[in-house]
Design a protein around this ligand. Structure first.
Ligand SMILES: [Fe+2]
Ligand SMILES: [Fe+2]
Length: 272
């Protein structure tokens, strides 16, 4: 199965670029968009349906999908817009295509990467737009780091359940936030501020190593884990899981210019 993978297209900050179409489109079986396509996930669904009406599309919301709206409400609207179509909006939900199970969630983070989750939550709450521009509880409350943390634990529980299920075919996880610490060998890594790293990444490498049956069935890690959010390009293996990211990032600001992540490949396809 050929997977056309991208994330962080950020249509709200993109001028003069569109999804490759016609002959410029790669050969693929399933398009996967790992979040930050556009604020308001229902608009993301519409954009995808207009461009890819003829193949399954898997769409996971990023943090930016919830900007200017209620995080749960926008996902519900997106799922309603996608119902009965070829677009699958996944939030703690799986879909089977052929013999491959695709499990998706935004994921958020546990804020624990630097060893002090409390401090990381205070810093993130103070400095990140995620905790200024998103509403929750039917618009009544501001979305705060503790809401993100709760959503993270719920998503990790969901992913573990999927990994414990007996399965014939492959398991592909799609999350927006990163499931591993910085993997780049380059000094400075992906260039994100390390103080904010705990709001971008969690260390979930324990879920990438097979574990024997503890009464819930053996844990069989995902064959492939696709993520976004860090605006980098990644293709590496941790334990039993191949990790892939192909994020565009912001830009181009004007037609003919390039985007944030110089390594982004709009036609990136891998075979599983
Ligand atoms: Fe992004
Ligand atoms: Fe993001």
């Amino acid at each position: 199965m050929r997977l056309w993978i991208m994330s962080d297209v950020h249509l709200e900050l993109t001028r003069g670029w569109d999804l490759p179409s016609g002959d410029a489109r790669p050969n693929f079986d399933v398009l996967i968009v790992a979040g930050d396509l556009i604020p308001r996930a229902e608009r993301g669904v519409k954009w995808l349906l207009e461009r890819v009406p003829d193949r399954p599309v898997i769409y996971v919301g990023g943090n930016h999908e919830a900007y200017g709206t209620d995080i749960q409400r926008t996902l519900e609207k997106a799922m309603a817009a996608a119902a009965g179509t070829n677009v699958h909006v996944l939030e703690n939900k799986s879909v089977q295509i052929g013999d491959v199970t695709f499990s998706g969630c935004t994921l958020w983070t546990d804020f624990a990467l630097n060893g002090d989750a409390h401090r990381a939550m205070v810093v993130a709450g103070d400095r990140m737009n995620d905790f200024k521009k998103i509403r929750t509880a039917a618009y009544r409350q501001r979305f705060l780091p503790h809401h993100a943390l709760t959503r993270h634990f719920k998503s990790v529980a969901f992913l573990k359940t999927e990994m414990h299920k007996a399965r014939e075919g492959k398991l592909v996880i799609i999350s927006h936030h990163a499931p591993v610490p910085e993997m780049s060998d380059e000094p400075g890594g992906s260039g994100n501020d390390p103080t904010l790293d705990p709001a971008f990444r969690s260390d979930l490498r324990r879920l990438m190593v097979p574990a024997p049956d503890d009464g819930r069935g053996a844990l069989r890690p995902a064959d492939l884990w696709i993520f976004g959010h860090t605006h980098e390009s990644v293709d590496t293996t941790v334990g039993a899981t191949r990790l892939v990211s192909n994020a565009k990032g912001y830009g181009p600001w004007n037609a003919g210019e390039t985007w944030d992540n110089a390594n982004f490949n709009p036609n990136y396809v891998i075979e599983i």
